[in-house]
Design a protein around this ligand. Structure first.
Ligand SMILES: [Zn+2]
Length: 295
């Protein structure tokens, strides 16, 4: 069932859990995310990042994701991730997306507020929930800059708790993405999350908080983040990394068995789907923080 971003996060709030938000720029990823949600009975968010448009065009993927969510037995939000252009956001909302993120985190504060306010107005008109970001993770989904490393190396700026309160009041957003030590992409060392920043933000705002750069974080840190108010966790990089490794191992195994082995494209997509399903299922359960089936 297709549900609104705010409603799915309200369920997370009631159950002290976080909803997994998976980027799904392929049919295999979308299928794995939906099957993981249906098998666990837990809600899920299917995310399409504007930066993934070159290899996963919104016009192809958007209608597919919305239709799949509508017919799913799980509670599913179809969400636009890291959108920097309001015209692109309008296209996604017209296709039926039920959530969107406006990312003005690299803009000067006043400009971020002004554009986030316009995005909130647009989302309200479509009955969709809006996520905005304050503070910066430094690197983006699409890898426009170098990904990975420490938060400092990525040019991250922690979200300022007092500014977060003003930002929420001035924009009318529904969810706030915070920067507190996670990075996008592959971590080069142990991630160091600043839960103190998160707790301070939580005490000043009354909207669900979002954690980006969710892959590569320990289960223990996920639990601490959820207990500190994180209700949506974006997860992508490690899932597709594991799927890529599984495909490579499958091809190597076939070639070792026979030098003339033929490997078809659908052999690769099937292997990728199976690996993604295993990973997404385990991630959804960890983020559920002990909650049982909800759908
Ligand atoms: Zn992100």
């Amino acid at each position: 069932m297709l549900v609104n971003l705010s409603d799915i996060c309200a369920i997370a709030e009631q159950n002290n859990m976080a909803i997994a938000s998976f980027n799904t720029p392929s049919l295999e990823a979308a299928r794995a995310a939906l099957d993981a949600a249906e098998e666990t009975g837990l809600p899920v968010i299917l995310s399409h990042a504007e930066g993934h448009d070159p290899f996963a065009p919104l016009d192809y993927l958007g209608p597919t994701l919305v239709r799949l969510a509508e017919r799913s037995s799980a509670l599913v939000c179809v969400h636009l991730d890291h959108c920097e252009h309001l015209s692109y956001m309008r296209r996604a909302l017209e296709l039926g997306f039920t959530g969107a993120m406006f990312d003005g985190s690299l803009l000067p504060y006043e400009e971020n507020v002004a554009n986030s306010w316009r995005a909130a107005d647009m989302c309200a008109g479509f009955g969709a929930g809006l996520e905005c970001e304050l503070g910066s993770m430094g690197s983006r989904e699409a890898g426009a800059r170098d990904e990975g490393g420490t938060a400092e190396e990525s040019g991250a700026t922690y979200t300022d708790p007092d500014q977060a309160r003003d930002f929420v009041n001035e924009t009318g957003l529904d969810l706030l993405a915070c920067s507190f030590g996670t990075v996008h992409g592959i971590y080069k060392g142990e991630p160091h999350l600043n839960f103190d920043v998160l707790t301070q933000i939580r005490s000043r705002v009354n909207v669900p908080l979002v954690m980006h750069g969710g892959s590569g974080v320990s289960d223990d840190d996920y639990r601490k983040a959820i207990d500190a108010g994180i209700r949506k966790i974006n997860y992508y990089t490690y899932g597709v990394k594991f799927a890529g490794e599984a495909v490579r191992a499958m091809v190597a195994e076939r070639e070792a068995a026979s030098p003339d082995a033929v490997v078809y494209w659908h052999d690769m997509t099937t292997t990728a789907y199976e690996r993604l399903l295993a990973d997404f299922t385990s991630v959804i359960k960890v983020f559920a923080n002990g909650s049982g089936p909800l759908a």
